[in-house]
Design a protein around this ligand. Structure first.
Ligand code: C2O
Ligand code: CU
Length: 643
């Protein structure tokens, strides 16, 4: 079973356990000993099953089972055993011989086991990892209080003892809630390295960490002005959509440069009332150019402007997007692509940059909601630069040709092998460059296995499809069952150079992703949490320049979290404990699927304050964001925000 299936199985067994104990209790209370005995037997089996499912889940790591092992199983096991011993013999006797109905003790102990199972389930779903003393107190108090209330109703008359016990349960709960809510919020996590040394830090404001103002020798200045404004855009089908745009188009103008150029982008805001910034996704710009409102700059408000400058030192496929209310801004259209070509003669053939986006309910490739058609001479090299600008993973297939994945997140893959009838799934924010020589027959790029959508390539000289149907005829190809490429086993290990020795880490951080009750900017909600907290209460990860940093990202929940660190490229060490065996995998965004554990590493060589967040931007507004902070770097802005 996959780790995700184990999570679901464990939740199902936990639910069954609670239902069986509560059912047995209710049947006993209703004086139906036969049903109660049967349900008690079910409950015992389910409780044992729960121990089994927790044991199986523990194989994925302690993070997945901590509260279950330390609290839930002992609580359910203890109350369940008591109930079985107290109620079991009476129920059996009553069921067999029609003896006296099971008494108060039987009913109350059965309810106690049911409430314990229910409270344990709530503890997993609402609190999760890490288990805290406060959370444990609240859980026990909730089960205890419910039992006492039940006792009050089942027993003939309330006693003073029960009143006192009730008061005690309530007090425990309140204390626990207090302890749970009063953790040291927002303090930095030094990841096992030296803590912040204030004498050491010189207090460099992040706003002073700006890019150079000249290109490298031999480079040129690429000057762009992007004006953010609302507009009605017309898609290729003629459909009109209200959007937030750069220069009136969605996606915004494609930015290109050659390695060594200076990229200079003047951002102006005409009328985006919520404000706008530019973030260079995957591009490791100086921190002051990173476009994070409230941290590296103030958001640009209508009438305002901000000029970004950085050298095009990384080649490959990247994208830009607003980082101000990014959940809404990106969805509404404030994004575009950034492609940096290596120096030397331009590549021959067809080179397409294809940002894919869910725009107003339809999938658009660039500005096309109907398949666009391109032509290439048979044998000519084709490069398709796929960019997933959405919040969730996107699956692509290529029919009519074999291909290679030559770059991922802008970084070249070493020794990419030829693939056929294989799907590629891009994380939210991720990019794959697919390359192949144009065959003598048509090629279709499909998104989500939709044979009627995507992009069409035709060999030069072939007859175009009938003008009525125009491009985008249904390929008729069913790609739904094509397997998915596993990048951790694709390509060949690099020969020296790239393969840094990833050992002796200066800092070691763990991020456990889940859902739970937490304060998001002071508002209690069922948040997307990191180590049980939500933004801005998640401790910042503290590093010093040149530290070698390892980060373990664990997904305890049932949603995919595309993890994205600003300003750094991470190298993947392992996924689910299995090391990367193919090409070195250098990414800026990686999908941590339910139950998965990723270990990644990077060298801290880009001083600043950086966002480290889930790139499902809805999850950011629900709290799933934190900071990576270089010691001594400060921000003059209040309330550093990712949302
Ligand atoms: Cu693509 Cu913090 O963003
Ligand atoms: Cu997420």
């Amino acid at each position: 079973m996959t780790p995700a299936q184990l999570i679901v199985l464990d939740l199902a067994v936990a639910t069954l356990t609670a239902a069986a104990w509560l059912g047995a209790a209710a049947a006993a209370a209703a004086r139906r000993p036969r049903a109660a005995a049967a349900l008690l037997a079910t409950a015992l089996v389910a409780t044992l099953g729960r121990a089994g499912s927790v044991a199986a889940l523990s194989g994925s790591g302690w993070w997945f089972v901590q509260e279950k092992v330390t609290l839930v199983l002992p609580m359910v096991g203890g109350t369940g055993l008591t109930a079985a011993l107290v109620a079991g013999p009476r129920l059996i006797r009553a069921a067999r011989h029609g003896g006296p109905a099971p008494g108060t003790a039987a009913v109350v102990t059965l309810f106690a086991a049911g409430y314990a199972a229910l409270a344990g389930l709530a503890c997993t779903v609402l609190a999760g990892y890490p288990a805290t003393a406060g959370g444990a107190l609240v859980t026990v108090a909730a089960a205890g209080a419910a039992t006492l209330v039940t006792w009050r109703f089942v027993a003939p008359a309330p006693s003073a003892l029960r009143l006192w016990a009730g008061a005690a349960a309530l007090a425990t709960g309140i204390t626990g809630a207090g302890v749970a809510g009063a953790g040291p919020a927002g303090a930095a996590d030094a990841g096992g390295g030296p803590p912040s040394d204030h004498a050491h830090g010189h207090g460099v404001p992040v706003t002073s960490l700006r890019g150079p103002t000249t290109p490298e020798p031999g480079g040129t200045v690429r000057r762009y002005t992007l004006t953010a404004r609302t507009a009605t855009v017309t898609l290729s089908s003629g459909r009109r959509v209200e959007a937030w745009t750069f220069d009136g188009t969605v996606p915004g103008p494609p930015l290109t440069a050659t390695e060594g150029d200076l990229v200079e982008v003047r951002l102006r805001n005409a009328d985006i009332a919520r404000g706008v910034t530019l973030h260079w996704h995957g591009y490791d710009v100086p921190a002051g150019e990173d476009g994070v409102p409230g941290m590296t700059q103030e958001a640009v408000t209508p009438g305002g402007e901000f000029t970004y400058r950085f050298r095009a030192e990384q080649t490959g496929t990247y994208w830009y997007h607003t980082h101000q209310v990014s959940d809404i801004g990106v969805r509404m259209g404030l994004y575009g692509t950034l492609v940096v070509h290596p120096r030397g003669p331009a590549a021959e053939g067809l080179d397409l940059t294809l940002p894919v986006h869910a725009f107003d309910g339809t999938t658009v490739f660039g500005g096309h909601d109907r398949p666009a058609e391109h032509r290439a001479a048979p044998g000519a090299p084709v490069r398709l630069r796929l960019v997933n600008t959405d919040n969730t993973p996107r699956r692509f297939t290529l029919t009519g040709t074999a291909f290679r994945v030559v770059a991922v997140d802008g970084r070249d893959v070493s020794g990419p092998g030829e693939l056929e009838r294989t799907a590629v799934t891009l994380a939210a924010g991720g990019r794959y460059d697919l390359a192949f020589p144009m065959p003598a027959r048509p090629v279709a790029l499909l998104a989500g296995d939709n044979p009627a959508g995507g992009v069409r390539l035709r060999p030069d000289g072939s007859t175009p499809p009938s003008p009525v149907r125009n491009s985008g005829e249904d390929t008729g190809e069913d790609t739904g069952d094509w397997p998915e490429l596993d990048l951790t086993r694709y390509g060949t290990p690099a020969a020296g150079g790239d393969a840094a020795p990833w050992t002796a880490f200066d800092r070691d951080f763990t991020l456990v992703l889940d859902r739970g009750l937490a304060l998001v900017d002071g508002v209690p909600m069922y948040a997307q949490t990191v180590n049980g907290r939500a933004f801005p209460a998640i401790p910042a990860q503290l590093v010093r320049e040149n530290d070698l940093v390892r980060v373990t990202v664990v997904n305890r929940g049932l949603e995919v979290h595309p993890w994205h660190l600003h300003g750094h490229t991470v190298t993947v060490l392992s996924r689910n404990g299995r090391p990367v065996t193919g090409s070195p995998l250098r990414l800026d965004t990686f999908d941590v699927r339910p139950g998965e554990v990723w270990q990644v590493a990077f060298r801290a060589t880009n001083p600043g304050l950086w966002m480290n967040h889930c790139h499902n931007l809805t999850h950011v507004t629900q709290g799933m964001a934190l900071h990576l902070a270089y010691e001594g770097v400060t921000t003059p802005f209040e309330g550093a925000h990712g949302g």
